[in-house]
Design a protein. Structure first.
Length: 277
């Protein structure tokens, strides 16, 4: 069985590499803009077990070190799960398998997608993707559950102990903000509200993303202040392991964004979050 599994994985990896080379050749021939177009679907792969055919689609995120992998089936039923390190993946066989791939820094599960964050910009996605495809395909073919323990309740979920302001903040996060952020392969988790300041934790592709501060201030903060006068500001809860220097570096990157790019981004945020002028 082990030999057959290895042979099947090698076959999948080889077919994915050949199809990827073909797509890249056609993209170059047609002068497609790689970073603003969605990558084509990869060919169906014959699998054994409950899942026999699978299309895995990839999608860029605002974070150049993160990428969404869309397997075409449900990943998480009713919540999201963030695995910032291998030690946090004890409850997910799929996350543990993905962390075994060289270059994987963190894993995030959404409702129908998996966001992979690589260790650095120097790590080549083209070298990582065949192993990621093979791991995802093999896992869903096995029929194992994505998580073996019930996902802990996020602080964004409403609670009877919440006062009126906190309940309104959580309602806006769940219904208006989180769905938009999840489209970019991330999530926003409520961590507290004190002295007019909303504490939020960014997950998935939003972690260490250069544009996360723009999303936090120009999008989420304006929307919360528009509907809830008690909100005076929004701050990011910096996760363990992220150095303050990294945050300063992200701020410097934001300052380098061109005026045209910022104008387009502002229009998108206004449409998504109804920003006040």
């Amino acid at each position: 069985m082990a030999t057959l599994r290895l042979l099947r994985r090698a076959l999948v990896r080889g077919r994915v590499c050949l199809w990827q080379m073909r797509n890249e050749f056609h993209a170059t021939a047609n002068h497609l803009v790689y970073q603003v177009t969605q990558r084509p679907l990869y060919p169906s792969v014959l699998l054994h077990g409950p899942v026999r055919y699978m299309f895995i689609q990839t999608q860029d995120t605002p974070n150049p070190n993160s990428m969404k992998f869309i397997p075409g089936r449900t990943v998480m039923e009713s919540s999201t799960m963030d695995f910032p390190s291998p030690a946090t993946a004890y409850c997910s066989p799929l996350a543990r398998q993905l962390f075994r791939i060289e270059g994987v820094k963190s894993v995030f599960f959404g409702s129908d997608f998996i966001t992979i964050t690589k260790t650095s910009e120097d790590t080549d996605w083209n070298l990582m993707k065949p192993d990621i495809y093979a791991t995802i395909m093999d896992f869903f073919a096995s029929g194992l559950p994505v998580v073996t323990e019930e996902a802990p309740r996020t602080d964004t979920a409403a609670s009877e102990e919440d006062d009126e302001v906190v309940a309104m903040i959580k309602e806006l996060l769940d219904t208006r903000i989180r769905p938009t952020v999840q489209e970019d392969g991330g999530d926003v988790i409520f961590k507290g509200f004190e002295d007019g300041i909303v504490q939020l934790k960014l997950q998935g592709s939003c972690t260490n993303c250069p544009s996360s501060i723009i999303t936090l201030k120009s999008g989420i903060q304006n929307m919360l202040q528009f509907y809830i006068p008690e909100v005076e500001g929004v701050e990011q809860r910096i996760p363990p392991g992220v150095e303050e220097g990294a945050i300063i570096h992200h701020k410097s990157l934001i300052e380098k964004i061109s005026k045209e790019h910022f104008r387009k981004l502002k229009l998108i945020l206004k449409s998504a979050f109804k920003i006040r002028e």
